[in-house]
Design a protein around this ligand. Structure first.
Ligand SMILES: NC(=O)c1ccc[n+]([C@@H]2O[C@H](COP(=O)([O-])OP(=O)(O)OC[C@H]3O[C@@H](n4cnc5c(N)ncnc54)[C@H](OP(=O)(O)O)[C@@H]3O)[C@@H](O)[C@H]2O)c1
Length: 166
């Protein structure tokens, strides 16, 4: 089982200006990369707040949404969960899943990174700043990463692909 995080960040390191900020600031090339890589994985896991900014299931992928209020996310083709991260990954593995994409936001990136479950990170750096906002993590998380690949998605947007050192 491979578990990867996938996120877009501003050049000053934020994933959103606030927790209801929709992802209208990422490049078309990043959106295409996100769709292709998450479809390849097959399973997307996200938090309730991120899901509410989207409002529907991401097509072609199994959608798992973290919430303490499952009745508030009564949407076709969306599963809800409140399981500890390790339990969810073990369950998915038993069901034959090989790859899971952790799609944010901050609360869910933090939950999975803190649990030591993230093998790889895809970070798209978009050419803009927010000044303030939500960071990838909101707790002390010290980790060492190895840069596996870097590429330009367009003239201004960089894609970084890391593995998390064990
Ligand atoms: N730039 C990017 O790549 C990127 C990616 C994803 C999201 N974002 C942005 O990030 C922002 C949202 O991030 P966020 O950190 O505020 O919220 P979030 O991680 O999307 O969702 C947090 C919510 O998830 C649920 N949750 C979290 N831990 C849980 C647990 N252990 N058990 C059950 N439910 C749990 C709770 O939902 P309930 O309140 O329903 O209980 C909680 O309010 C949005 O602006 C979004 O656009 C950016």
């Amino acid at each position: 089982m491979k578990v990867f995080m996938i996120a877009a960040v501003s050049a000053d390191g934020f994933i959103a200006e606030h927790d209801e900020h929709i992802a209208d600031w990422t490049s078309p090339e990043d959106k295409r990369f996100f769709v292709a890589r998450t479809r390849e994985a097959g399973v997307v896991v996200m938090g309730g707040k991120t899901f509410r900014t989207i409002g529907r299931a991401m097509p072609g992928r199994r959608n798992v949404v973290y919430t303490s209020k499952p009745e508030s996310i009564n949407v076709p083709d969306v599963e809800t969960t409140d399981k500890p991260a390790r339990e969810l990954i073990d369950q998915l593995e038993q069901e034959g899943v090989h790859e899971v994409a952790i799609c944010g936001g901050t609360a869910i990136y933090t939950l999975f990174m803190k649990s030591g479950l993230i093998d790889e990170i895809y970070l798209t750096v978009e050419p803009l700043t927010f000044g303030t906002g939500l960071t990838l993590f909101n707790e002390p998380i010290e980790s060492r990463l190895t840069l596996l690949e870097s590429s330009k998605l367009n003239d201004n947007t960089l894609l970084l692909h890391y593995s998390v050192n064990r």
